[in-house]
Design a protein around this ligand. Structure first.
Ligand SMILES: *Cc1c(COP(=O)(O)O)cnc(C)c1O
Length: 471
């Protein structure tokens, strides 16, 4: 039996490992510094393991394979495509909107080539990047002017900082939203340098509350679309149209943060009506802000649309430069907006609308086709059934509305330890070559199939499913 000390002395040096034939192949693939680092780390781990009385590889060949396995794991991209079977179509943690083919193509051209980004091709002089999308945005929203920044959080911050820095911004207590993470309206206000003036109560805000708060220090009135929650019951809010009359009467701007802002009436696709940007503009808001990657179905972006003079002020704010959009997303955004010129073909061309409009019977047929493959992959430890379930839009749009969908429910055959079995099952799906993300609901692991379009790819991927008990 070799003692711990003997095994420790048998550990090869970094140079010895690097002289092995397979090391040259690894250097070719990963580059010399990475291979050296990986061999060194593998040797360190082996030494530490032996000192702690555990076993570890000590032969050159073993060290070499362990070092290469480590390199391969490191080389795998961290930004990974997944199957979103959560039932939430615009899932913020899964990257929100999937882009249209036209947008993907436009973005790849923008990455590969020099662009007329801030260059006026007619006059041959310097141009501005907003000019690339202004016409389209104005056409689709009825706004007089438009600009675009990094995301809607940036749009709100920039508008507040431009119009209400050192002044007061009036908001209803029923609309002091938290979007998630660190985006809370009161905090954004203070970062923008605006003093928040809350009016009304959580459930009821009246015209007189706004009117009474307006004074010499008022910079703006902010209306926030309470996108991710709903106050129900004994409630009252002042409609944007009426609020714009009050604001106009006092000569102060009304800003409407729509959040998800859609460019088409979702009722066309059998969904509930979500206020459109054109409606918000027509109701008389001086500026309207909304996201590019929520219902609009484009890349991450934040729009500010509305009156020309205020947009000009926003554009003069030095913060605009810090929050501006890059060329790749701008190209994708232009291509996405262009699709809205032909609303009849949006379902075909724009994934967000296509997935939201997908009919339950089509999804049910898909679930029935997939059931045998899924049941086979999870084995006898789980029961598999086609179930009716509910999808939602996500990203705060119409949070109360559920869209009828279909999916597969997987339930542990054994009642005892079923919570652990479900968690292990969900983890096994996440470990697939293309991770599958579902949800746990009613003691089942549910795969909502609304967003599954690559059926063949899904089945191929499923072939790699390994449950904990599997060899
Ligand atoms: C989502 C949302 C935001 C933030 O938009 P991002 O594009 O995520 O930055 C701001 N306001 C409202 C009302 C929202 O729903």
């Amino acid at each position: 039996m070799s003692t711990k000390a003997e095994r420790l002395t048998r550990i090869p040096s970094v140079d010895e490992v690097l002289r092995a034939a397979s090391a040259a192949v690894a250097v070719e693939q990963f580059g010399r510094p990475s291979v050296v680092n990986s061999v060194r780390a593998t040797l360190d781990d082996a030494r530490a393991a032996l000192r702690n009385g555990r076993t570890a590889p000590v032969e050159i060949g073993e060290i070499e394979s362990a070092a290469i396995a480590r390199l391969e794991a490191e080389a795998a991209p961290r930004v990974r495509a997944v199957f979103n079977l959560t039932g939430t179509v615009l899932h913020t943690n899964l990257g929100r909107a999937i882009l249209a083919e036209a947008a993907v193509e436009a973005a790849s051209v923008a990455m590969r080539e020099a662009l007329a980004l801030e260059f006026d091709l007619e006059g041959g002089k310097r141009g501005e990047r907003d000019a690339l999308i202004r016409g389209l945005v104005c056409e689709l929203t009825g706004a007089e002017d438009a600009t675009v920044v990094n995301n809607n959080a940036a749009a709100v911050l920039l508008v507040l900082n431009t119009l209400a820095k050192g002044k007061e911004a009036i908001v209803s207590r029923g609309e002091l939203i938290e979007i998630g993470g660190a985006f809370r309206m009161p905090e954004i206000m203070s970062r923008a340098g605006a003093k928040l003036v809350e009016v009304g109560t959580t459930n009821r805000t009246h015209e007189k509350d706004y009117a009474g708060a307006i004074g010499a220090k008022t910079g703006l009135i902010l209306k926030v679309h309470t996108s991710n929650y709903k106050i129900a019951g004994f409630t009252k809010e002042v409609a944007a149209k009426r609020l714009s009359e009050i604001a106009r009467g006092k000569g102060i701007p009304l800003v409407n943060d729509l959040g998800s802002g859609t460019l088409v009436d979702l009722a066309r696709y059998g969904l509930a009506h979500e206020p459109t940007v054109a409606e918000a503009v027509a109701e008389g808001a001086d500026l309207v802000t909304f996201s590019g990657d929520k219902l609009l179905g484009g890349p991450q972006a934040g729009f500010i649309v509305g009156c020309k003079e205020l947009i000009a002020q926003v554009n003069k704010n030095p913060m605009k430069r810090a929050l501006r959009m890059d060329k790749i997303r701008l190209a994708a955004l232009e291509a996405t907006l262009r699709l809205y010129r032909d609303p009849d073909r949006l379902v075909e061309r724009l994934p967000t609308i296509r997935l939201l409009a997908r009919k339950k019977n089509e999804i049910e047929a898909l679930a029935k086709r997939l059931l045998p493959a899924i049941a086979g992959a999870v084995g006898a430890g789980f029961g598999a059934d086609v179930i009716a379930c509910s999808s939602q839009i996500g990203s705060g749009a119409l949070p109360q509305e559920s869209i009828p969908s279909d999916g597969i429910a997987l339930r542990p055959a054994e009642k005892r330890g079923s919570g652990r079995a479900l968690a292990a099952l969900a983890a096994a799906f996440r470990r697939l070559p293309m991770p599958v993300i579902g949800r746990i609901e009613d003691q089942a692991f549910v795969l909502d199939l609304r967003c599954l379009e690559d059926e063949a790819g899904f089945v191929r991927n499923l072939g790699s499913l390994k449950l904990d008990g599997d060899a």
